[in-house]
Design a binder for this molecule. Structure first.
Ligand SMILES: NC(=O)c1ccc[n+]([C@@H]2O[C@H](COP(=O)([O-])OP(=O)(O)OC[C@H]3O[C@@H](n4cnc5c(N)ncnc54)[C@H](O)[C@@H]3O)[C@@H](O)[C@H]2O)c1
Length: 318
């Protein structure tokens, strides 16, 4: 593939920083934007031309213009679901107005294609499992903000002929998944507690089933979308097409760690659907296939958390 200039918003976050690593390795010039509200500067590879700005700002618009970006990946968002529920105005401001600011900047700068994050939260209200991309049942403030981004992207494609691609991630996991948030994602939560020799907390009964996809698999799809023309104007589910209960995940982690701790059952997190499961036919049709098994991915997560503890970044259980 010819080398390109690729701009990533949310470059200091989980998915953005992993993608930046990959694109730098592949020889692309990478420009990154992040206001560091949740991202970690140390995660941004030093080869990235980094700008600590907000996606809602005029500076972000002029950085996109000056960068000469061929392709923009727009990941920056307010994405902690309970937090979004508590702050609807700010959620809409960042996730909808911020996204429009980035889309407008891309339109003005003539960016070749714009690839942006939606979310499988758009399927919160569904009865259909596995869920195809035609489903559209957002319920929470976060999901509605992502649904609005989807509709705006379609309008930009139709109205201005821009090449837009949307990603509906299921539950992405892997190194740099944000374990610092108020309720850490399930795998980090279990691994950190078990490594601290403490009982892992299970929200609800642990029977809720989730489709987990490794960040490297997701980035394989991102890379495919840089120059594949079949993806234009579409939205893709990115999951494994398999789901696992919280207790199954816990058992797998305990088997890998050689522990046998009884979980501590705590009240469920409100608003969570009993299950999610992606229909990944569309992504497979354009040549993508998830490669990393859950067991292999969990081994990498354990190593990452062990390294974070060794570096002194995690000093107590969450
Ligand atoms: N990780 C998942 O499982 C998952 C699932 C569905 C959807 N998504 C979506 O994928 C995208 C990336 O997710 P992630 O897991 O890497 O999240 P993340 O929180 O790790 O990264 C998001 C980044 O955006 C930055 N940011 C937030 N508001 C900003 C603003 N106003 N201006 C500039 N930067 C800002 C944060 O500092 C952070 O570094 C998000 O849009 C998220 O909603 C992720």
């Amino acid at each position: 593939m010819p080398k390109k200039t690729i701009l990533i918003t949310g470059v200091a976050g989980f998915i953005g920083s992993n993608l930046a690593d990959r694109l730098v390795r592949d020889g692309h010039r990478v420009v990154g934007i992040d206001n560091l509200s949740a991202g970690i500067l140390e995660q941004v590879p030093r080869e990235v031309e980094f700008h600590a700005v907000d996606i809602r700002s005029k500076e972000a618009v002029s950085i996109i213009k000056k960068s000469g970006a061929d392709v923009v990946f727009h990941f920056a968002a307010k994405n902690c679901v309970p937090d979004c529920q508590n702050f609807p105005y700010e959620t809409a401001d960042v996730n909808i107005m911020g996204t429009i600011n980035i889309f407008e900047a891309c339109r003005a700068a003539g960016v070749e294609r714009v690839l942006y994050a939606e979310s499988s939260a758009i399927y919160e209200g569904t009865d259909t499992l596995p869920t195809p991309e035609t489903d559209f049942t957002p319920q929470t403030i976060y999901a509605v903000s992502k649904a609005a981004d989807h509709l705006f992207a379609r309008a930009y494609q139709r109205g201005f002929g821009m090449k837009m691609v949307g990603f509906r991630y299921l539950n992405v996991y892997g190194p740099r998944q944000d374990y610092r948030r108020a309720i850490p994602p399930v795998m980090s939560r279990f691994i950190i507690r078990l490594l601290m020799n403490e009982r892992p907390p299970v929200y609800g009964t642990g029977s809720e089933r989730r489709d987990y996809i490794h960040v490297d698999d997701v980035n394989d799809f991102h890379v495919l979308c840089i120059d594949n023309d079949e993806v234009i104007g579409k939205t893709f589910n990115l999951g494994q097409g398999k789901n696992y209960s919280g207790l199954e995940i816990l058992n797998m982690i305990q088997a890998l760690l050689g522990t046998n701790m009884q979980p501590e059952f705590v009240p469920p997190i409100p608003g969570g659907a009993p299950a999610n499961l992606a229909d990944i036919t569309a992504a497979k049709r354009v040549g993508w296939q998830p490669k990393i098994s859950l067991e292999e991915g969990l081994k990498g997560m354990i190593k990452y958390i062990q390294d974070e503890i060794a570096r002194g970044n995690i000093t107590h259980s969450l």
